[in-house]
Design a protein. Structure first.
Length: 405
């Protein structure tokens, strides 16, 4: 078990769901999968992908479209509206009942406030909407208090700021430069907003040093956001050509990353943050008491709604019985929308046994105590207090536990 964890850590592989979609599953038609998902759409967890970014960040492995042309906002809203109506028809339901909302990108705040209002209208979300859980990813470099207040008015409770690092050399190395520093942005945000902020940092970025990364802790200590997310940089140049800019010597090794992660765990604990797992740290007492209620492709959630329905180019929909992905290319996605078929070939149906194991895996995550395994003696970070990369390795470890007497 441990050897597989370490080998996958070195290889930086990702396992997004357990059991793996490659095992005990089969490709089916979209209509066949919908039959198996009957009744799964009473309450919806909804993921909306907004792929647009004005500038390319060379570290990023997300599905993005780089453009400064904001006329794409209106065109993309039409795509989302058409996809939503087509899905409602195929699912045999009259409306969305969104209990959990996740908006990712790209850069969701590429949209103007005016067009984001239109998006909420399409999604049937009114002002002061009552959500179980929300998360929106935001680029602080094109964000202000007016935009934040608008999102608050519609009931969004968690804004994840992709800070990544505060060191100018590191940010310059990943083409994440800004005319202002993050501290200047935060000084202009009202104090009440910090109860909704989630600071996201990336470990293992090119040119990071111990001194440069530990300086990020000072930002957390000074501004005390509601949550902190600690993720790992994963190099996948065969997927993202922009990552070929880096030499292997530019990227910190796994031992360095593990040591730095251990230091962060200690420091965040001293600052009063509690680790809920999957790299998520919070000082929100309600979240600490409640804990995560479910897990899907977008990560852990405080909502009990199983699965998540994806809208937009490259989005993924996942439910206990299977998943499907949308086309990642905007021209192909828009063309297939006209045929009411934005879905790619990867429509996967899990076996009943696989669905059962997935449920057992989630139960284990909710019940196992982190001190049952002495992770430190094994020389690797505790997966219950670290990032999503370790979550995937934990899934591998749990597969041994589930399949062995």
């Amino acid at each position: 078990m441990i050897s597989s964890i370490i080998e996958n850590q070195k290889a930086k592989r990702r396992l997004s769901i357990y059991p793996s979609s490659l095992a005990e599953s089969k490709n089916v038609s979209f209509d066949e999968l919908l039959v198996k998902l009957d009744g799964a759409f009473v309450d919806n967890s909804l993921y909306v992908h907004i792929p647009f970014c004005e500038r390319m960040c060379s570290f990023c492995a997300c599905n993005t479209s780089i453009t400064g042309d904001h006329s794409w906002e209106e065109k993309y809203l039409k795509y989302l509206s058409f996809e939503k109506e087509s899905l409602l028809e195929q699912l045999g339901v009259s409306r969305l009942n969104v209990s959990r909302l996740v908006v990712g990108g790209g850069t969701p705040n590429f949209f103007s406030i005016k067009n984001f209002k239109k998006l909420f209208h399409i999604l049937e979300i009114e002002r002061d909407h009552s959500f179980d859980d929300t998360l929106i990813e935001l680029d602080w470099r094109c964000l202000d208090q007016e935009y934040v207040d608008f999102l608050k008015d519609y009931g969004l409770s968690q804004f994840r700021l992709a800070i990544l690092d505060t060191n100018p050399k590191v940010l310059g190395g990943i083409q994440r430069n800004s005319s202002i520093e993050i501290q200047d942005f935060l000084k202009d945000i009202d104090s009440d907003t910090f109860d909704r902020l989630n600071f996201e940092f990336l470990l293992g970025l090119p040119f990071q040093t111990e001194d440069s990364f530990t300086a990020n802790l000072k930002l957390v200590e000074e501004y005390r956001p509601q949550a902190v997310t600690l993720n790992h940089f994963v190099k996948v140049p065969w997927i993202k050509e922009n990552q070929r800019l880096y030499k292997e010597s530019d990227i910190p090794g796994p031992e360095f990353v593990a040591d730095l992660e251990t230091q962060w765990i200690q420091e965040l604990s001293q600052l009063g943050y509690v680790a809920l797992g999957f790299g998520y740290w919070t000082r929100n007492q309600e979240q600490i008491i409640q804990g995560f209620q479910s897990l899907d492709i977008s990560g852990p959630s405080f909502s009990k709604t199983p699965g998540i329905l994806g809208l937009g180019v490259g989005s993924l929909s996942q439910f206990p019985r299977g998943f499907w992905t949308n086309h990642k290319n905007i021209p192909v996605y828009s063309r297939e929308l006209e045929r009411k078929n934005p879905v790619q070939d990867s429509v996967v149906l899990f076996s009943e046994d696989q669905e059962k194991k997935h449920g057992e895996f989630l139960n284990l995550l909710g019940t196992i105590e982190k001190d049952q395994i002495d992770w430190k003696s094994l020389g690797i970070p505790d997966p219950f207090t670290t990032d999503s990369t370790w979550r995937h390795f934990l899934a591998l470890a749990m597969s041994d536990r589930l399949e062995s007497p």
